[in-house]
Design a protein around this ligand. Structure first.
Ligand SMILES: O=C(O)CCC(=O)C(=O)O
Ligand SMILES: [Fe+2]
Length: 233
């Protein structure tokens, strides 16, 4: 599908009261390799237009910048962060609870990206800072305009493309954050604004504990047969 063929706004169920399809009946999973997968859940959130409007009006949107070689440059999008889920808009708390119940991961913080138009983007990256576990489950909800979501191996190679519409969920699972990279590229065809809601879990932000090292005790044995326990390492 070319950029121009993407609808500017999403599927047929966007209007009306927001609600989450807790059955996840539309979900389909694609294996990237034996360790990693992407799941697409079309229409997880019904009434996505109203949610988009509510989130678009948030005061939390900020322009972040980052070092690029020798100078600071604005990121090509706006960001709103809710480090405490309890402070996030109620509808997103509802979505987070549904995701936690379904995927067995407690999502307790969120950040949102606002792509103001087709020129905004997110470059190739893994969510290393928020998903440090070797294996993780990272859901991203799309609202507003349809944009392409690309995934490719960290080592380089062919990319695969998903087309999440408003209300759709894309879930990156397994080793997606280490062995794979994802991005939302700029596009040439004009598009309206899009918001993505990224669900993060503090449980996934802690690295796996290292494999238990073979412990060797440095005990000292005395001539009288007694033993002094030394430190283990
Ligand atoms: O906007 C998206 O769909 C993805 C955003 C993303 O990957 C991120 O913010 O880490
Ligand atoms: Fe990401």
């Amino acid at each position: 599908m070319t950029d121009a063929a993407l609808p500017l706004f999403g599927g047929p169920d966007d209007a009306g009261e927001p609600s989450v399809d807790e059955s996840f009946a539309s979900a389909y999973r694609v294996s990237l390799d034996e360790h990693s997968w992407i799941e697409h859940v079309p229409g997880l959130l019904r009434g996505a237009d109203a949610v988009f409007e509510e989130l678009h009006a948030l005061e939390e949107w900020e322009q972040r910048d980052r070092w690029m070689y020798t100078r600071r440059v604005d990121e090509p999008r706006l960001t709103a962060e809710f480090p405490d889920l309890a402070e996030a808009p109620a509808v997103l708390q509802t979505v987070a609870r549904a995701l936690s119940a379904h995927y067995g991961v407690t999502y307790d913080r969120l950040w949102l990206n606002l792509y103001r138009d087709h020129r905004d983007s997110t470059g190739w990256h893994g969510d290393g800072a928020t998903a440090l576990k070797r294996s993780s489950i990272v859901p991203v909800l799309s609202l507003g305009a349809a944009r392409r979501f690309l995934v490719r191996p960290t080592q380089g190679g062919m990319s695969s493309t998903w087309h999440p519409l408003a209300g759709d969920l894309i879930v990156m699972g397994g080793r997606c954050q280490t062995d794979w990279r994802h991005c939302v590229p700029k596009q040439s065809a004009p598009s309206g604004p899009r918001i993505s809601v990224n669900f993060a879990a503090s449980s996934q932000a802690r690295p796996d504990s290292p494999e238990p090292a073979t412990r060797r005790a440095t005990n000292r044995f005395h001539r009288d047969g007694s033993m002094e326990a030394g430190p283990t390492w």
